[in-house]
Design a protein around this ligand. Sequence first.
Ligand SMILES: [Zn+2]
Ligand SMILES: [Zn+2]
Length: 147
Amino acid sequence: MTMNKKTESLELFVSRCRENNLKLTPQRTAIYKELISAIDHPSTDIIHKRVIEKFPHISLDTVNRTVLAFADLGIIKVVEGYGKPKRFDPDIENHHHFHCVKCNRIIDFKNDEYDELNIPSSIFNKYIVFGKKVVLEGICDRCRKKK
Ligand SMILES: [Zn+2]
Ligand SMILES: [Zn+2]
């Protein structure tokens, strides 16, 4: 995330927490900051390992509950379709994912054509669509190099 986007995200975080009476504790702020600094769509285990460096007493359970509360508030997203453990995405704007099936990296990318994809009428007539995301699966550059 760029500096500007991080600042915007932090502002959204603060206002959403206030609107929903979620207290802005230093731990919650640290967890959120860790999320927006991450580019790897981390699971809560990973977030816990990172946050514990600043808050040695924070439990995995607290991190789990906090991250799920953030997802409920809509300030982060759960990355769908990767099974367990759940992975989280701090970027709530439209973007697409490349998923490496070997190392499980999830890499963000933007593509205007994908953003414009038409929704099939079988879906469009029946459901309300809030978003669309293209997920490409394959082998990433790093894994391609190690053979
Ligand atoms: Zn890979
Ligand atoms: Zn993403």
